[in-house]
Every structure is written in structure tokens, then in C-alpha cells.
Design a protein around this ligand. Structure first.
Ligand code: MCN
Length: 751
């Protein structure tokens, strides 16, 4: 019986739930030095003086290093992408100019964290204030330039080949949509530890989303061969995209370790994490949608400004993802896109759950509702009219993106059915007619997104151990997604070995040959498929060995996966199990391979939110969240559902609660969880989660990614629901997060 598709509970959870996890913070080191950074309190300033004398003399201090000293030794950090201007590379520790609040200026190392914090307070920094640019559109005018040597704040402009032509449209609606900045808010903030061994090897532990990319980065920074560096990523308390890179302030740990001749440990505080870990979103959109009066969309144009923050990293290119997913699930041949990425005096932007795809979905889904309101048609009906029909072979969208397979109408009809759409509309009408102060709103978010959209494949290996056990290594580095369970299930399925007899190793560059980043919901389809292929290779090798031992022709030996045994075809006895093949083995039986797919996969779905809006206070309560997701073949419905749950929470949070706010001087006003309204279980209803399966043909599992789906559909669903609740009062559009203040203000009579 197949184990795939079963709700197998996460075997890593007992460890996590009973304090048994191994994190960078609880790594025991011999006489570690604790690192604390002095960070910029100004968003843009020249550093005119740094006085470290008092700090150096403070109790327990082992070393104090200014930006100038670190920069002299290490230069600037390598660019994440070669096309970014060299002068915009980030310093490990800023030497002459600070460009965002929270940027590291001085490194203080001491015997204890408390001593380092105390000493950091004794460092005196002299600043000469420089003009600040926070607003994206203001930045694009270049009135204030962040990098005078580069001359402009504009990093890149991207335009589609064609622009939308609205001449045939009977109705045109336009909106400015803000995808506010968000912080990833992992439970575990960023943390790292580094030391040098006597034979010159660098060992670095990091709470990040990819051991091997961090190893390669460290090798580049310190001029080492990759083999001279070991990176260990132990358990990680969440990453959500924001830990996909190991950032300069952590890459410098090895340099401090070398100066002090001791291991160095660094864990940032929550406020440092909010201020200085790169953030997500930060995209302003100008959307225009045109159509006929009977609901057929004829033109769609999206022009966006993308905030890259002070130093361009991944966020600077995410508008490209928005462009790829421009038309979502709809047939819109006449469309266009322009994107402009700019630097601003804020921390950099990076990938955050969905990374460029939620932005595309928010824009199109919001505009569909806006158009539906304009022509007086039910928003579900407008979607029906324009959806791409079910397809199993590649479909090319208006913007030129090729999707693998999908059934969007099925997802829409299912979510409407499960939610009881007609009854909800009736209830909405009843409340409106009764003059209720608690209005009901219904919102849809029908989405398609791209997973495993980046380059490269993923690695996996399986080794037969004595007693018939298996050791699996995977290039994917999890941050809470349940890979241990998933990989053990897959290997069990294909080898017949019990899950309990399968150990899984990841996140250690000495133990795993190679690996990529756990981003873009790529792991199951790539790392999982690599294990499927590895299992096939291992079984072939085992069949050879069995043929020798059974003294049979290779062609006659078959593998019975249910029993986990090899025997001659037609005669199940004698048979050899994995344990027999492992015994007295002349050489280890091991198979490792990489899997790359011919194209990305495109998971999809339809989410429906029901909200109740209090017209007297503007408070929005999410009453129901119904989700239908299609990630192709599901390996473990329990884990996939867990992923959807987490994703939904982060989508709801963007629509209703969370927002990074800077004032116009660049001060961060939301630097802790009192000010940044992080979502919690108390705001959530019990989700109603369903799934359909449209397998992909691009990998042997038929699997697409599910790690970000929940977020992508739920943002527009909740967003649309709130506007829907108050649309009969003339409200057409509001900005997220839809705080009580914003909703209440929109409901006040015009002066
Ligand atoms: N799964 C499945 N069937 C599929 C696809 C996935 O059963 N067809 C299940 C698997 O059990 C797998 C899990 O879902 O373990 C996630 O798989 P996948 O969609 O391949 O995503 P990744 O493992 O590559 O994880 C990355 C994704 C991203 S990009 C973000 S952001 C995110 C997310 O995962 N960050 C997370 N989920 C997170 N969950 C936790 N707890 N913490 C984070 O930081």
C-alpha cells in the first residue's frame, strides 16, 4: 500500500515541541565571544567620527571593530546578482555613510552578550545628516541620490514587449495599489556562529535557508576553497524567504573570530531583526483594466515601482516575478507591464512568502473586483467568463509565460460551492436591507503562481546501511517545512524500507554533496524528485548485487517494493532483502543524483474570505476562510495543509494587520511586536481547507509547490471581501492593511 498521500504526522515535531531542537543559539562552544552591533540611528548620514575608547575598556570586552577597520580588511560584500552596480554593494559594517536605520556601524565582542550590549552603548558615533528618501516615487526622481557615484536611484526598468491597448474597451477602471512592506518575523531571529580550526578550516553555523550557498559565499569572501569551509544549518525557526541569503553582518563573523582567536556567536534581538533583516514586498502598482459591459476583459496594464531598500538584493528583481505572473488565471492577450526598481533609505527588500507573485495576484484580483463593481456584475461571474479553461499541456499567457497544467474553473466552482456562495450573498443582502452595523463581505482570490521558478536543480542521495537501514541526504535545507518526514516517506515508498529505518541528513556541507536554497516552494518537486531518481538508481545497483548473490541473470531479478525484497521473477523464494544486500557488502551501496525540471510548475487555487465589518468602529473580523489549493500530486496532505494554514495566516496578515512603517525621516516606527501587528491565532477563524490535484508532467511525482500558496490566494480574497462589504456605500478601493482606522475613515460622510 502506498504511503504517499497519507496524513503521516511530522516526525520532527516531538523534538521541536519538547525543547529538543538544535539551534545556533544553543550550540555549546569553547569560550565564545559574543557579538553585538552598534547600529545607525539615522536613515542617511555621513559617519564623521567613531569613538570606541570607552567601549574597549569596558569589562569583558574582547574587541571593538569599526566599519572602517572591517571594510579595510574585507572590502564590500559580494553582489547577490552581477548586474547590480558594484558601488551599491553592501559594506559588512558601514564605514563612511549609513543608508538605513539599523545598519551596522561598529562590532563589539565580549565575554558575554550582556557585556557586549553594555559596551556597545559606550560607543560614540558622530553623524552628519544627509537628506533622506523614503518614498518610492520620490526616489525615482533622483532629487536625493543614495549613491552619488552611480548618479541615479533607479536600478532597473523592465518593460514587456507590448503595452496594453485600451481603445477597444467599453469600461476602464484604474487604481493605485500598495503592497506594503512586511517583515518575515521568523520565531528565531538571525543567528550565526563561526570559528577556525587549527588546520585553517572555517566552520560556520547559520540559521538560514541553504547551507551550500552560504558555504560558497564564505569561500568567496575569505578566498578559500569551498572544501575548506563547513556550513551547518541546524534546526531553523522559520525563514519565510528572508533568510534565503546569509547577510554581510553574519558573513563577517569569521573575520572577528580570526582577530580574537576564538569562536564568535551572534544572535540578533527581535527589534534588530525587524529593523535590519531584509523585508518583503514594498511594491506600488498602477493598474488599469478594460473590458466590455458584459464582463469580458479586453485589456490589462500594470506599472509598478519596486522598493529595493538601501542596497539591492533579491527584492530589486522581484518585479520580474510580478511581470511573469501578470495575467494570473485569466485569458488576457492584450496586456502590458512596466517595472521600475529604486533604492531608498530603508533596509533592503528580499523574498518573502510569495516574492513577487502575491503582488501580481493582488493587482489582477483587485482589478477584477473593481471592474465587476463598475459593470454591476457578480465578481464570481466575471471570473468565470475570463478564466483559462482546464489544460494539461503547456499554456502560454498574454505576457508570454508558459504554465504547465491547471484547472482554474474547478477550483473556483469548488470554493463557491464549499462556501455556500449564494447563501452568503443572500445574507449580505439581508444585513444591508436591515441596516445592520455589522456588514458582511465576500471576497475571492483566484490565483496561479510559479514554483521552482529559479535556475538549477536539487540533489539527493540514498545509502544502504548495515541492517537494511537507509541514510538519505538532501540538498534542500528546511526551516520548518517538515522535510525529514517528507523525504523519509518518499524513500520508504520507493524502497519498501520502513520510515523508522530511514535517517535524513540535510544542512551540513560536509555531509551532503551539494544543495541549493529552499525558496520558491521548490523542494518537493526538485529535492523530492531527486530522491525518486536516486531510489531508482539504488534499486538498479541492488538488483545487480542480488543477481550475483542469487546466481541469476540480471534480467530475471525483480524488486518487490511492498516486501522490500529482490527475487527471481516468478519464484519469490529465495529472496534477498536490503539487510541481506548490506551484509558483507564489497562496497557501499549508494546512489546520489540531481534533478532539474524542464520548466517550473504553476500551482493554483481559489480562496474565499468572509468578513464582518463593523460600520461604527471600522473593525474587520475574518469570519471564514475557505481555500481550495491545487499543488498537483500531494505527498502528505497533513503537511501540505499545514503549509496552507501558515500561508493563509501570512496572507490575512498582509490584508488586515501587518505593515512596516517608516516616518519621512526614515525612523522605523514598527520595530517590535507591539507596534508591528503580527498576526496570531486569535485573529483567525478555523480554516476550511480543500484541495484538488492537477498533476504536473514536469517531474516524476506530479508535484507542484505548496509552501507559498496560502499566502498568494488569501491576500486578495480578504482584501476584496472588505471592499465588498462596504461597496454599496460607495467605497471602491482602500490600501492594505485594512485597519479599523482606514475602514472607519472611508465610511465617514464626505465633507
Ligand atoms: N508538500 C506536499 N505535496 C506537494 C508539495 C508540498 O505534501 N505537492 C508538503 C511537503 O511535506 C513539504 C512541504 O509541503 O515538506 C513544503 O514543500 P514545498 O512546497 O516544496 O516547499 P519547500 O519545502 O521548498 O519550502 C519553501 C516554502 C517557502 S518558499 C516559504 S517562504 C516558506 C514555506 O515553504 N517558509 C516557511 N513554508 C514555511 N514553513 C515554515 N514552517 N517555515 C518557513 O520559513
Amino acid at each position: 500500500m502506498s504511503i504517499l498521500g497519507n496524513k503521516v504526522v511530522r516526525r520532527e515535531d516531538p523534538r521541536f515541541l519538547t525543547g529538543g531542537g538544535t539551534y545556533v543559539e544553543n550550540l555549546k562552544l569553547d569560550r565564545p565571544a559574543y557579538l553585538v552591533y552598534v547600529r545607525s540611528i539615522l536613515a542617511h548620514a555621513r559617519i564623521t567620527g567613531v569613538d570606541t575608547e570607552e567601549a574597549k575598556a569596558a569589562p569583558g570586552v574582547l574587541g571593538v571593530f569599526t566599519g572602517a577597520e572591517v571594510t579595510e580588511a574585507l572590502g564590500l560584500a559580494p553582489n547577490v546578482f552581477p548586474m547590480f552596480p558594484a558601488e551599491m554593494r553592501r559594506p559588512y559594517v558601514a564605514a563612511d555613510v549609513a543608508r538605513y536605520v539599523g545598519q551596522p556601524l561598529v562590532a563589539v565582542l565580549a565575554e558575554s552578550r550582556a557585556a557586549a550590549v553594555d559596551a556597545a552603548e559606550l560607543v560614540l558615533v558622530d553623524y552628519e545628516e544627509l537628506p533622506v528618501v523614503i518614498d518610492l516615487e520620490a526616489s525615482a526622481t533622483d532629487e536625493v541620490v543614495l549613491f552619488p557615484d552611480h548618479g541615479t536611484n533607479v536600478l532597473n526598468r523592465m518593460s514587456s514587449e507590448h503595452q496594453a491597448d485600451f481603445s477597444g474597451a467599453e469600461v476602464v477602471v484604474a487604481e493605485r495599489i500598495v503592497n506594503q512592506r512586511l517583515t518575515g518575523a521568523p520565531i528565531e531571529p538571525r543567528a550565526g556562529a563561526a570559528w577556525w580550526t587549527d588546520d585553517g578550516r572555517l566552520i560556520h553555523w547559520s540559521a538560514c535557508q541553504g547551507a551550500h550557498p552560504t558555504r560558497d559565499l564564505l569561500a568567496t569572501v575569505y578566498g578559500l576553497e569551498p572544501a575548506q569551509v563547513q556550513v551547518v544549518v541546524p534546526d531553523v525557526g522559520g525563514g519565510f524567504g528572508a533568510k534565503s541569503r546569509t547577510y554581510p553582518e553574519e558573513l563577517a563573523l569569521a573575520w572577528y573570530a580570526r582577530q580574537l582567536g576564538r569562536p564568535v556567536k551572534w544572535t540578533e534581538t527581535r527589534s534588530e531583526n525587524v529593523a535590519a533583516m531584509p523585508q518583503g514586498r514594498g511594491q506600488i502598482q498602477y493598474a488599469r483594466l478594460g473590458g466590455t459591459r458584459d464582463g469580458k476583459i479586453t485589456a490589462y496594464q500594470l506599472d509598478v515601482f519596486q522598493d529595493a531598500g538601501a542596497y539591492p538584493i533579491i527584492g530589486a528583481i522581484l518585479a520580474g516575478m510580478t511581470q511573469r505572473m501578470l495575467t494570473g488565471v485569466y485569458e488576457i492577450a492584450n496586456c502590458g507591464f512596466n517595472g521600475t526598481a529604486v533604492v531608498t533609505n530603508k533596509v533592503s527588500t528580499t523574498a518573502y512568502r510569495g516574492a513577487g507573485r502575491p503582488e501580481a495576484t493582488v493587482a489582477i484580483e483587485r482589478m477584477i473586483d473593481r471592474y465587476a463593481a463598475e459593470i454591476g456584475m457578480d465578481p464570481a461571474e466575471v471570473r468565470r467568463i475570463n478564466l483559462v479553461p482546464r489544460f494539461t499541456q503547456p499554456y502560454t499567457t498574454g505576457i508570454g509565460t508558459q504554465y504547465d497544467s491547471g484547472d482554474y474553473p474547478a477550483a473556483l466552482e469548488m470554493v463557491l460551492d464549499k462556501a455556500g456562495y449564494a447563501e452568503l450573498r443572500a445574507e449580505q443582502a439581508r444585513r444591508r436591507a436591515d441596516g445592520s452595523t455589522e456588514l458582511l463581505g465576500i471576497g475571492l482570490g483566484v490565483y496561479v503562481e510559479i514554483t521552482a521558478g529559479g535556475p538549477g536543480g536539487e540533489f539527493g542521495s540514498i545509502e544502504l546501511l548495515p541492517g537494511g537501514r537507509m541514510r538519505v541526504t538532501s540538498g534542500a535545507t528546511p526551516a520548518g517545512q517538515g522535510h525529514d518526514t517528507t523525504w523519509a516517506m518518499l524513500v520508504s515508498e520507493y524502497t519498501g524500507v520502513a520510515m523508522d529505518d530511514i535517517e535524513v541528513i540535510h544542512g551540513d556541507t560536509d555531509a551532503v554533496d551539494r544543495g541549493g536554497l529552499t525558496v520558491g516552494s521548490r523542494s518537493v518537486q526538485l529535492a523530492g524528485s531527486a530522491l525518486v531518481d536516486a531510489a531508482g538508481i539504488l534499486i538498479e545497483k541492488a538488483r545487480n548485487r542480488a543477481a550475483d548473490q542469487l546466481e541469476a541473470a540480471l534480467g530475471d531479478v525483480v524488486f518487490d517494493v511492498e516486501a522490500g525484497r529482490f527475487h527471481v521473477v516468478g519464484s519469490p523464494v529465495p529472496a534477498l532483502g536490503w539487510a541481506d544486500l548490506a551484509a558483507d557488502a564489497p562496497e557501499p551501496l549508494i546512489a546520489g543524483t540531481d534533478f532539474s525540471a524542464p520548466m517550473p510548475t504553476f500551482p493554483s487555487g481559489a480562496h474565499l474570505a468572509v468578513v464582518l465589518v463593523d460600520t461604527e468602529t471600522g473593525r474587520v473580523r475574518l469570519d471564514r476562510m475557505v481555500a481550495v489549493d491545487d499543488a498537483g500530486t500531494i505527498i502528505n496532505p497533513l503537511l501540505a495543509e499545514g503549509q496552507v494554514h501558515g500561508g493563509l495566516a501570512q496572507g490575512v496578515a498582509q490584508a488586515l494587520y501587518e505593515q512596516i512603517v517608516y516616518d519621512e525621516s526614515g525612523n522605523l516606527l514598527t520595530s517590535n511586536f507591539m507596534d508591528y501587528m503580527i498576526v496570531s491565532a486569535t485573529e483567525m477563524p478555523s480554516y476550511e481547507v480543500h484541495h484538488i490535484e492537477t498533476p504536473t508532467w514536469v517531474n516524476p511525482l506530479g508535484a507542484k509547490g505548496v509552501g507559498e500558496s496560502g499566502t498568494i490566494g488569501s491576500i486578495p480574497a480578504v482584501y476584496n471581501a472588505v471592499i465588498d462589504a462596504v461597496s454599496h456605500l460607495g467605497v471602491r478601493h482602500l490600501e492594505t492593511p485594512l485597519s479599523p482606522e482606514r475602514v472607519w475613515a472611508a465610511l465617514q460622510p464626505m465633507e
